[in-house]
Write a protein of this length. Structure first.
Length: 101
């Protein structure tokens, strides 16, 4: 029964992507505060930088899901979550790569 469920087949990718997105939201908050403070101690600047980073990461999550999630078959591990997190931050590189085959 579970073999026919498309969400069950994507469980590793969905879990990895969800955890990577959670880590990335926290990273975006810290980076937003840090970068915003570099250009003046303004709450508005921090919010603008955080919002831009958050948008970047959410778009990256969508791109990653559609580009690579269906190929993810390995069980979830800490290393896989770190790989998903790194992929979320470097997703524009995936747009230029074509899959062979």
């Amino acid at each position: 029964m579970l073999d026919n469920d498309p969400l069950w087949k994507l469980r590793h990718a969905l879990a990895g992507l969800a955890l990577a997105l959670l880590v990335s939201v926290l990273l975006a908050a810290f980076l937003g505060a840090f970068v915003g403070d570099l250009f003046g101690d303004s709450y508005g600047r921090r919010v603008a930088v955080y919002s831009a980073l958050l948008l970047y990461v959410v778009v990256g999550a969508v791109v990653l899901f559609f580009k690579v999630a269906q190929h993810e078959k390995r069980p979830l591990s800490a290393g896989r979550v770190l790989l998903w997190t790194a992929s979320l931050w470097s997703w524009p590189l995936l747009l230029g790569v074509r899959r062979r085959g």
